[in-house]
Design a protein around this ligand. Structure first.
Ligand code: NAD
Length: 445
């Protein structure tokens, strides 16, 4: 029975924790284990990232460089590109990307690559945990058979579990230690040991009966957001058509103390989770002959928001007797949400692409994102990367329209409304006072 041995080494913090994939999820996780007295070893394919960690530097906003440095100097944290060290780990947690293929089908190739490295070195006494978001069944239908091919036995030799990550980049209130963790093993022993491991670093651990339940729970969380944001976006477009202030409607509805939860419209959804994860669920459902209509509908509504934003710009310019072709449009923010530097799936990219297609001269300012590149090349300037411009008086004044795509906190919005002729606000970044005192004409989502 390896359960009791592992439980003992976890409780005594002797267990060596390996984390594969040191991105937004893996780096905070391995750092937290190291902070709580474990020896943390990070595995990367990106040599530059591993080198940075070992030099005591951070490349993720939520993890301070000073913290990495302290842990590296104390010998509690290290990163490597040599997967042979997996042999030395008692717990191995996989935090690699799970993107979609162009066909919107799940791409679990990163999970398979990580699992292959583990399989080559699996030994008796190891606990393997998958954290990457994926469809229900990945842990026991894909990972388990791979690991069993080694001849080692589940429960007798190794344990296997799934525990979804819920990190919210840029949110200082909720960090790894105070975000409750769901854990589901493929066996009871796996659940118990994985739950015990996480309870060393996370305040609340919620164990469930299987890895599939844990996998599905994560997808429910993100599908819930995608569907509700879709509903808020539809409401915004409906209110625009009826000439009603959406934001005021939501604020009023949110005074109801039960049975309502506010969600807000925006220029579209972005990031590595909300636009992608629901597809993992609908794909798996389709394999079983079930068509999930809410997911498809939410995607349809959300993916049309960039088009709507461009229409608002066109309407605003039109009122100023200006054509889109040749007009200068300045985007404020290209990150998918405020105060972070992540542009993955950001609606700003689609907005820029569409504006360029209409012949606009597009610029952007984002204090967190120095440059963006485009793989889409159907516009004249398509494929050409854009660099953030300074938010100078001249830049704002010379724009025909300013579009607030991301409501970063450190932007002087009063200055923008004082200098720009026209502002399209997709995030309700301009409060009532700013709107009242604005010299710019403001169009809100
Ligand atoms: N970013 C979030 O807010 C968030 C939140 C919850 C869940 N997730 C999920 O967590 C997983 C990881 O997301 P992320 O945002 O940390 O991704 P990321 O791209 O920031 O980091 C992934 C890291 O894994 C590395 N990598 C890729 N293949 C590897 C391999 N075979 N071996 C070792 N390293 C490898 C990459 O170089 C990269 O540094 C995804 O499944 C994602 O859906 C992300």
């Amino acid at each position: 029975m390896i359960k009791s041995e592992l439980l003992k080494s976890v409780k005594e913090k002797r267990a060596r924790v390996g984390v594969i994939g040191l991105g937004y999820v893996g780096l905070p996780l391995v750092t937290e284990f190291a902070r709580r007295g474990f020896r943390g070893l990070g595995f990367e394919v990106d040599e530059a990232k591993a080198a940075k960690i070992n030099a005591g530097e951070s490349y993720i906003g939520d993890v301070p460089g000073a913290q990495i440095k302290e842990l590296v100097v104390a010998g509690r944290l290290r990163a490597t590109t040599n997967f042979d060290h997996l042999k030395n780990c008692d717990a191995i947690i996989i935090c690699v990307p799970t993107p979609l293929r162009k066909t919107k089908e799940p791409d679990v190739s990163f999970i398979l690559a990580a699992a292959e490295e583990i399989k080559k070195r699996l030994r008796r006494g190891q606990l393997i945990i998958l954290e990457s978001t994926t469809y229900p069944g990945t842990t026991d239908e894909v990972l388990l058979p791979m690991l069993q091919e080694t001849g080692l036995g589940l429960d007798e030799d190794f344990l296997l579990a799934f525990s979804p990550e819920r990190v919210d980049p840029g949110n200082p209130e909720f960090q790894t230690h105070n975000i409750p963790k769901v854990v589901g093993g493929v066996t009871e022993d796996s659940t118990e040991v994985a739950a015990s491991l996480y309870s060393q670093i996370v305040r609340d651990v919620h164990a469930v009966s299987s890895a599939r339940v844990a996998e599905a729970a994560k997808l429910l969380e993100n599908t819930f957001r995608a569907v509700n944001i879709g509903m808020a976006n539809e409401m915004a477009r409906l209110c625009y058509a009826l000439n009603i202030d959406t934001w005021e409607v939501i604020r009023a509805a949110a005074t109801k103390p039960f049975g309502f939860m506010p969600f807000y419209p925006g220029p579209g959804i972005g990031g590595h989770c909300i636009p992608l994860d629901p597809h993992y669920l609908s794909w798996k459902a389709r394999q079983h002959g079930f068509d999930s209509r809410f997911i498809g509908l939410a995607e349809e509504v959300n993916s049309r928001m960039p088009e709507h934003v461009v229409q608002l710009v066109a309407d605003g310019l039109n009122d100023d007797r200006k054509a889109m072709k040749g007009s200068r449009v300045l985007l404020i923010g290209v990150a998918y949400k405020k105060d972070i530097d992540d542009v993955r799936e950001s609606p700003a990219l689609s907005i820029i692409d569409r504006l360029r297609l209409k012949g606009c001269d597009v610029r952007y300012h984002d204090p967190f994102v120095r440059q963006v590149s485009f793989d889409d090349s159907h516009t004249e300037g398509g494929g050409r990367p854009l660099s953030s411009v300074e938010l100078s008086e001249d830049e704002i004044r010379s724009s025909d329209c300013v579009v607030i795509v991301t409501n970063h906190s450190n932007i002087d919005y009063a200055r923008v409304t004082a200098l720009a002729p026209l502002v399209v606000d997709t995030r309700n970044a301009l409060n009532g006072d700013l709107r009242r005192d604005s010299r710019a004409r403001i169009i809100r989502l």
